[in-house]
Ligand binder design. Structure first.
Ligand SMILES: Nc1nc2c(nc(Br)n2[C@@H]2O[C@H](CO)[C@@H](O)[C@H]2O)c(=O)[nH]1
Length: 234
């Protein structure tokens, strides 16, 4: 077992879905995977392994924010051999082309986190990008399932409550949505040369100030899970 994940070697699949909310990990395991078994309850970060259409798939709750997802992603890759990781999350829409409940695929990430500077220093702004094969497959699956998906740049921020960020400028530069984890996933996937993708449902809107009622979030969350599972088993 690793420092934060209580699984034995071999108990986690090389294909892993990564919701932030551990209760969503439980929902995915119970509703989409066959023979799902829980391999982790440490700190409430539920993790399960089952199969989807006969293919072993794990689902691991990562918590909120870059520090938390970085711990789980690093251990999943280094200690358990994860090779395809898809973050399935929620995001805040911040562009007029994104509607509430839309599914957004992060082609690339912009971030205010220091993680890139910590690695590359002050002059190289490394660009954490989606894995092209996973991204194009997810777009294709979305089209085939007639689930509209929007693809583009998103911003990963360190603060949920931030009075200083210039969202209007980010929107003008085409940033579609805001969340708090994906830049770290893409950076670590690049570091360890594995495949990763971030796909989200827009559950609140920074322009219209709307939010999807909690009881409704599950429905289009399920559409996103279908896309992620069909993508990750390829
Ligand atoms: N910073 C930020 N994060 C958001 C927002 N909407 C959502 Br859903 N999130 C995500 O949801 C959690 C915060 O509620 C974090 O894990 C983020 O990834 C938003 O408007 N802003």
């Amino acid at each position: 077992m690793s420092l934060h994940i209580g699984a034995q070697a071999g108990e986690i699949a090389k294909r892993v879905l990564l919701p932030g909310d551990p209760l969503r990990a439980k929902h995915i395991a119970e509703n989409f995977l066959e023979d799902a078994k829980c391999y982790n309850e440490i700190r409430g970060a539920f993790g399960y392994t089952g199969t989807y259409k006969g293919v072993p798939v794990s689902v691991q709750g990562t918590g909120m924010g870059i520090p938390s997802i970085s711990i789980y992603v690093t251990e999943l890759i280094r200690e358990y051999g994860a090779r395809k990781l898809i973050r399935v999350g929620t995001c805040g829409a911040m562009h007029e082309n994104i509607n509430l409940r839309d599914i957004v695929i992060a082609q690339g990430t912009t971030t205010d986190s220091s993680i890139i500077r910590n690695i590359f220093g002050p002059t190289i702004n490394f660009a954490p990008l989606a894995d092209y094969e996973l991204m194009s497959k997810a777009m294709e699956v979305g089209q085939s399932l007639k689930i509209p998906t929007k693809v583009g740049n998103i911003v990963t921020v360190d603060r949920f409550y931030d009075d200083d960020i210039d969202n209007e400028k980010l929107r003008r530069y085409g940033i579609l949505a805001v969340e708090m984890e994906t830049a770290a996933l893409y950076l670590l996937a690049a570091k360890y040369r594995v495949q990763s993708l971030g796909i989200f449902t827009a559950s609140d809107h920074l322009l219209t100030k709307e939010a999807v009622p909690a009881e409704e979030r599950q429905t289009n969350f399920n559409d996103m899970i279908k896309i992620a599972l069909e993508t990750i088993i390829q």
